[in-house]
Write a protein that binds this ligand. Structure first.
Ligand code: UDP
Ligand code: MG
Length: 324
């Protein structure tokens, strides 16, 4: 590394899960980029999220010759949100700014100097917003579009559309995130929740550099449910409105039948309408119970106060090496 006086310390937080092929490409690109930014002291905090391939070996390998690299090894796969939470905790308040970034180069690192420029202008958070999702699958584009529209209608915390975890956070923002105690951590929501002075930079999202996306349909679906239930009580409250409407409706119907019976006598029993009414109400009640269950499940999880992750060890080049 060149011998310079550094003006800003920047930590990249890079969650990795089975990314042995992507790591060398990532480091090569960053080396090239930051060799042109002598005013930035870079650290790379890799969070190995319980990889089962040679990711950890690859990281240890590059770490031998690169003192900027810190490796945080989680004890198993906890998911990207937990890995980022771990990264932010390890980062703490040691750096001027931190940037969560994917290792697959879908978050173009070339944006980081621009983010830092915005930070120097006085912004606390600089978001990277995708202007095109052409490299994403149809499923991802479709779900993303409706997800943002739904959550921003029903939640008081506004989540900017097409913004991932890729953003610059300054020390205070990191402190705020780290002070949130909840264990169901929907990071995009938490990042928005804390507020702060925010700027936005547009970018075009490229395709993955190597390997495959770790987010399939079910993971995305559960992720969206997590987001909505973490930041909105609307799905819980909407059932009381539906209940009121249905009660008014059934009251009107019973008045109608009462008057008809008084005026015209007993009619043939309506088997079909009874069946329709009971199944309809049964369905509505089950849906309502399902939504209640969603929240009760969360209360259950939160009440256990489980740590979001366990770190097995934090490895930096000046850490005592005990077992290897
Ligand atoms: N990732 C992780 N834990 C997981 C899944 C993913 O740390 O359980 C990491 C992954 O290695 C990558 C980042 O999160 O650096 C984004 O994952 P991916 O590229 O698969 O997501 P996509 O870009 O398809 O949304
Ligand atoms: Mg990706």
């Amino acid at each position: 590394m060149p011998n310079q006086t550094y003006h800003i310390s920047c930590a990249l937080l890079i969650p990795v899960y089975n990314e042995e092929d992507a790591i060398p490409l990532f480091i090569e690109r960053l080396d090239h980029l930051f060799s042109q930014c002598p005013d930035v002291a870079l650290s790379m905090i890799f969070i190995d999220d319980g990889s089962t391939d040679k990711t950890l070996d690859a990281l240890r390998n590059v770490q031998q010759s690169d003192t900027r690299i810190i490796v945080v090894e989680l004890s198993r796969n906890f998911g990207k949100e937990a890995a980022l939470t771990a990264g932010l905790a390890v980062c703490g308040e040691k750096y001027d700014v931190a940037v969560p970034i994917d290792v697959d180069l879908q978050d173009p690192p070339e944006l980081i100097p621009e983010m830092i420029k915005k930070w120097r202008e006085g912004f606390d958070i600089v978001l990277a917003q995708r202007v095109s999702r052409e490299s994403d699958s149809f499923l991802k584009r479709f779900t993303a579009k409706y997800f943002y529209s739904i959550i921003n209608h029903i939640s008081s915390v506004k989540i900017p559309p097409n913004v991932g975890d890729y953003r610059l956070l300054d020390r205070e923002a990191i402190r705020a995130i780290n002070s949130l105690p909840e264990s169901c951590r929907f990071m995009k929501g938490l990042f928005s929740y804390i507020g702060f002075k925010t700027a936005t930079l547009p970018y075009v999202r490229p395709a993955r550099s190597a390997g495959q996306s770790k987010f399939g349909f079910w993971k995305l679906w559960n992720f969206a449910l997590d987001g909505i239930t973490s930041f909105s009580t609307m799905p819980l409250r909407v059932w009381s409105y539906v209940g009121v409407l249905i009660s008014i409706f059934s009251l009107l119907i019973s008045i109608f039948f009462l008057l008809r019976t008084l005026l015209f006598g007993v009619d043939v029993p309506g088997y079909a309408s009874l069946i329709v009414a009971t199944t309809f109400l049964g369905g509505i009640q089950l849906l309502g119970i399902g939504v209640l269950g969603e929240y009760i499940g969360r209360i259950f999880l939160e009440s256990k106060k489980r740590p979001v992750y366990f770190i097995r060890r934090v490895i930096s080049s000046n850490t005592e090496k005990k077992r290897d």
